[in-house]
Design a protein around this ligand. Sequence first.
Ligand code: UDP
Ligand code: MG
Length: 162
Amino acid sequence: MLQEQEAHAAEMERTFIAIKPDGVQRALISEIISRFERKGFKLVAIKIVIPSKGFAEKHYHDLKERPFFNGLCDFLSSGPVLAMVWEGEGVIKYGRKLIGATDPQKSEPGTIRGDLAVVVGRNIIHGSDGPETAKDEINLWFKPEELVSYTSNTEKWVYGDN
Ligand code: UDP
Ligand code: MG
């Protein structure tokens, strides 16, 4: 039992998820949160912010050579962004599955972008693409004390306890 609990804890991951200004303005916050929440993932940090252009450039620094970089950073800093950290087994990779392909024309129906967005420049949501970016993005957007560690009552039902 103890071993299984330890194994469960070892598999816990955190990822950074953000609803971009288009998702916030289109009133999709509750729709998007509910998809992560119903899956069984746990919300451990959340805030609404308008990032500066410089902050957006830091967030997207990997893309600075791309032609759409400037417009993308202008857009991210154009209005409120809902920044979140979600926790769970496999949440980094599965979070990307819930989100769907970058281009909503190629996202499967049933995914967030597939169901709720049409064009790549307004694809409503961001999710970390791997363990290293997840760590970097969580550190960029949140102070350590903004992350809340707690046991959810649903955990024993989501993961089992024996
Ligand atoms: N993007 C864009 N045009 C492109 C590719 C990407 O405007 O041709 C935007 C889009 O909003 C995307 C973001 O840049 O979500 C970051 O690109 P990335 O390749 O990291 O996609 P993501 O990880 O968001 O699926
Ligand atoms: Mg990306």
